[in-house]
Write a protein that binds this ligand. Structure first.
Ligand SMILES: [Zn+2]
Length: 1003
């Protein structure tokens, strides 16, 4: 069958080969992107165009996973995916396409699962029962439920969604698919029929509308061989009628006829901050040069503190917004959106005029061509860096090409190869740039949307929903509700017929040893036990480095330099300043220590951008180790020494300038209201406030709960007595930068640096500090009293801006990465919360949650159960508790296949940590220096995972997991829509949890 496929295009981008195949028999197309690394990624993409808000594309995105003709069982695909060394499957629906994704460790599992996945996409069972539970139903309480419905309930009335739908309505006419909510509006989902989704599937889910984009190390012959049975099956179904290509063959939307300004409200208790979006049409999708030019223009306007829009609208004393960013989407004609976030309500009307006055001035005075050249050069480097660090860099343009490119693929290179166009725009003169600025931004028709926060909207929304449900209950009546409860049960039972064990047994789990990992070679600044070429190379450079430095060698064109700063010595009064410190770090004036000469911050930012590809700083590493601060900088390989010099200057030689600090503190403060509207985030933030010491922990000190009180004080001080703040900042820096508090990592091509150590000595001095290195602090060392002994502490937080509920339940877990129970606890968690596992089936499948997961965090020492988007977090908790109790008592048991699947899935997660060269180098440092385990830790851990037995699971259950569900041993935070607060808090009381009810502003 491999003979069906012909190569339609072969290109090479920066050494990565891209090959496109198409079947002459079925029209199925395949793109292979050859990428280094142990992970193979698949993005199976269909062009999906829809002309209403029913959300058919989104319903299918869910229904596909509930069984296929050859595998008519819910859960079989994800169960098999785990055995293919993946972490289940996933998918997304955008307005113009639906993509089904999978990532596996190694290619063997990928090739095994791919045909089964395609069977699900092309030939799903789409049973009535699947539709009932997965899309929409009315439960026994008379509430609307279903996974898709609940998902949209959590999204539809957010500020973003409200503004985006308004934008779509203004920019596109009724006959355009871009006009509609492909996720499905709740009012439409309530009346959508399964038949319609089926028709949609028949029309759009066809092999000639499906493109398999595969990125990673896979042999072409193996790939085509694996597709053989797929081709046979498609052919056996007989020929299909001719298909119009979605989007490409549809009527094109005209450009906007007039400029409009529209005000919408969104629900928010806090009415201080709103949002503004300005929307334009960009160039047609095939005008690659204009698209690239606009991308550069947008970067020029917004990319740093000195970019004109940031400088004049954000980085000022009385800012218009906390951020301003362009979001450009490649559609048949590009959509350009400029988003101003967190705009003070009284300034909502001023944003647009201010923005255009800036553009007019640039059009008149011209661009800073020197900066323009720097922006283009940096964008090119960033692109090369992304090619090393993300599979998506090449996969994404291939995806866009599958939607809008020529059917014969002759234009594939144009979609993928941005480097060429960057070289062209580098030669544009000022007049050309001004022409673009006028044509696409100043003179083009636009749609401006102003989003206003409204407490009244929030109240009315809650009231209306309550009334609607009440009426629905009444009109259905007692009898019908009981019947509906039974209906739901019946449909669930139909979905949940067990998958025959032999399907799993017949699906081989690949041998982990066959996976080719990226090689990282570690050396140290001081002679070390390492006896490898990198260490020898380092030892041959005789410079005496005064700091702890780990050199992690990978084959990269870039060098990443990181300082890891221990924050343990900070007193409580200084710790809350960390956020201001890091937000200002790369945009402060610089003092030359030798001459005392000052370089203004604007110049510093410009020069820094010329020498670096990226820079970053903040607390935490790999979403852990938040008692550590990280200052990081990435440069081209050739600028190693410059990079080190910058790192030194930005960490030691800056001057804390009161005006800059005030700008930054104001920005941080203005950002808080929008975060306070996020139910999921707030459940975690409030839990952190319970769990950690408010004075010693960074998580707690920097949480928006503390910062919302701290920042106004700092701003006041900066006005009245700025010296006190500057003194505090200097003290903070002095403590953080003591040599004993610094660990350094260098990652990149060490062997190609002639004197890798000398460059450090030149900037950081050569004398060895005699104080020993401070130990790496763990978050588990800064628990609060309630964190040390969880139990009986908790809140139900009233959040009028949300329509569902979220919860965090936290108990103590292991605190040592070598803890003998760690592997078993991970496997146990995976068994329970894996896709199509017990939580998934019984919580998500019954409409009780959109998501529920367990998290074992050894660094913080906590084990948590999180409920994401639930109509009723109490009901979700009770169901989860029952599931766990049944496993604890032995009433339920994990099958051999479930245990194997969970282990295989953990293999994937561990391998994934080393997906790219830079991820692998980071992992080498995290393991050896932060976790204090061996370089082989991940490999050894894989073996420990393999060895976990059912008895080990029982032990981990009794020792740890059961605690999360015991009121005596766990803390709880629920964030909830106002309508549910009372029921939830009383319900928890009944089962032994004493939860205080609070409004979000009382936290
Ligand atoms: Zn969804």
């Amino acid at each position: 069958m491999a003979a069906n496929f012909v190569i339609t295009k072969e290109i090479s981008v920066n050494g990565n080969k891209i090959t496109k195949f198409r079947s002459s028999k079925t029209g199925l197309s395949v793109v292979h992107v050859d990428n280094e690394g142990p992970i193979v990624n698949g993005y199976f993409t269909l062009a999906t165009e829809s002309f209403d808000d029913d959300g058919c594309p989104h319903t299918l995105e869910h229904l596909v996973f509930l069984g296929s003709e050859l595998y008519p069982y819910k859960g079989v695909l994800d169960g098999l995916a785990n055995r293919a060394l993946a972490n289940g499957t996933n998918a997304w629906t955008d307005v113009d396409h639906t993509a089904y994704t999978i990532a596996t460790a190694g290619s063997e599992g990928f090739l095994n699962i791919m045909p089964i996945y395609i069977d699900h996409i092309l030939y799903p069972t789409m049973t009535e029962a699947a539709y009932y539970t997965e899309v929409h139903n009315i439960n026994g309480d008379g509430e609307n439920a279903g996974v898709v419905y609940c998902e949209m309930q959590g999204r539809e009335n957010s500020a973003d969604s409200i503004m985006d739908l308004k934008r779509q309505r203004i920019m596109y006419p009724e006959n355009s698919g871009y006009r509609y909510e492909t996720g499905g509006l709740m009012s439409c989902l309530r009346s959508l029929k399964a038949e319609k989704s089926k028709r949609y599937h028949r029309d759009y889910y066809r092999p000639d509308n499906l493109c398999l984009i595969i990125s990673g190390r896979v042999e072409h012959s193996d790939l085509l061989k694996a597709l053989g049975p797929v081709e046979e099956r498609i052919i056996s179904k007989g020929p299909l009628p001719l298909m119009k290509r979605p989007w490409v063959d549809s009527p094109q939307a005209p450009l906007m006829k007039e400029t409009t300004k529209t005000i919408v409200t969104f629900p928010s208790e806090d009415e201080d901050m709103g949002e503004v979006g300005i929307n334009w049409f960009g160039p047609p999708v095939t005008d690659f040069l204009s698209f690239q030019a606009l991308d550069i223009l947008e970067t020029y306007l917004t990319d740093s503190a000195v970019a004109v829009l940031k400088k004049e609208m954000v980085e000022i004393e009385d800012p218009y917004c906390t951020s301003v960013d362009f979001i450009t989407q490649q559609r048949i004609r590009a959509e350009i959106r400029l988003a101003f976030e967190s705009v003070p309500t009284e300034k909502l009307e001023e944003v647009e005029p201010k923005f255009f006055s800036i553009l007019e001035r640039i059009a008149k005075d011209g661009f800073d061509m020197e900066r323009m050249a720097a922006v283009i050069k940096r964008e090119k480097l960033k692109l090369l860096d992304r090619l090393e660090t993300s599979h998506m860099t090449l996969a994404w343009p291939c995806l866009i090409h599958s939607l809008y490119g020529k059917k014969d693929d002759s234009d594939l290179a144009d979609f993928v190869d941005d480097i060429h166009n960057l070289d062209v725009v580098a030669n544009f003169d000022n007049a050309t740039w001004v022409k673009y600025l006028r044509e696409y931004f100043i003179d083009a028709k636009r749609a401006t949307i102003i989003g206003k926060p409204s407490a009244e909207h929030a109240a009315k929304q809650a009231e209306d929903e309550e009334k609607r449900i009440e009426e629905q209950r009444k009109s259905l009546g007692e009898e019908k509700l009981k019947q509906l409860e039974k209906e739901l049960e019946r449909h669930r039972a139909q979905n949940d017929i067990p998958v025959p064990a032999d399907i799993f047994d017949n699906f081989p789990i690949p041998n982990v040893k066959g996976i080719e990992m990226i090689k990282v070679v570690t050396g140290r600044g001081q002679p070390d036990a390492n006896n490898n070429e990198v260490q020898k190379h380092l030892d041959s450079d005789h410079a005496e480095v005064p700091y702890f430095i780990e050199f992690d060698h990978i084959k990269s064109e870039f060098i990443e330099l990181s300082l890891f700063l221990t924050t343990s010595d900070l007193p409580a009064r200084l710790r809350p300043y960390l956020d201001i410190y890091f937000d200002s770090l790369y945009s402060l004036p610089l003092i030359d220590p030798a001459t005392g000469k000052e370089t203004p911050f604007e110049t510093v930012v410009k020069l820094l951008d010329q020498d670096t590809v990226s820079h970053d700083c903040g607390v935490g590493v790999s979403s852990m180790f938040r008692q550590l601060a990280l200052v990081l900088l990435k440069t081209e390989r050739a600028k190693y020494a410059e990079g080190i010099a910058w790192l030194k200057k930005m960490t030691w030689d800056t001057r804390f300038d009161a005006d800059r600090l005030k700008v930054i503190a104001t920005k941080l403060l203005n950002d808080i209201p929008s975060q306070k509207r996020d139910g999921s985030r707030m459940s975690r933030v409030c839990m952190d406030a319970i769990s950690y010491d408010g004075e010693k922990s960074n998580i707690s000190s920097l949480s928006i709960l503390q910062q919302s009180k701290f920042l106004p004080e700092v701003i006041k001080k900066l006005e009245k007595e700025p010296d006190t703040v500057i003194k505090a900042m200097n003290e903070l820096r002095e403590i953080l930068t003591r040599p004993a508090n610094i660990h350094i990592q260098v990652q990149g091509d060490i062997l190609r640096q002639d004197q890798p150590k000398t460059a450090w000595v030149k900037n950081f001095g050569g004398k060895k500090d005699s104080t020993p290195l401070a130990p790496i602090p763990f978050s588990s060392q800064v628990w609060s009293e309630a964190g040390k002994a969880p139990g009986k502490k908790g809140y139900v937080v009233n959040m009028p801006s949300i329509e569902s509920s979220f919860a965090a339940h936290v108990a103590r877990g292991p605190t040592d990465f070598l803890d003998p129970d760690y592997a078993a606890l991970l496997v146990l968690s995976e068994c329970l919360d894996t896709l199509e596992g017990p939580f998934w089936k019984q919580l998500r499948g019954s409409g009780a949650v959109y998501g529920a997961n367990l998290r074992v965090d050894v660094e913080s020492g906590f084990l948590s159960f999180n409920i994401y988007r639930s109509p009723d977090a109490l009901r979700a908790f009770n169901l989860a508790n029952q599931i766990v109790q049944d496993y604890a008592s032995g009433k339920s048991k994990f099958t051999k296949q479930e245990l194997e699947g969970a282990k295989a899935s953990i293999v994937y997660r561990i391998v994934r940590k080393e997906e790219t060269i830079s991820a692998a180098a980071t992992e080498a440092f995290v393991n050896q220096v932060l976790k204090k385990v061996s370089a082989n830790y991940n490999k050894e851990f894989l073996e420990r995972v393999q060895a976990v037995t059912p008895a080990d699971l029982q032990h981990a259950m009794d020792k740890y997991l059961i605690k999360v569900f015991n009121p005596e041993e766990s803390n709880v935070v629920v964030t909830s829509a106002t309508t549910k607060v009372k029921d939830i808090s009383e319900g928890f009381k009944k089962i032994g949890f004493q939860l205080e009810t609070k409004n979000i502003d009382e936290m």
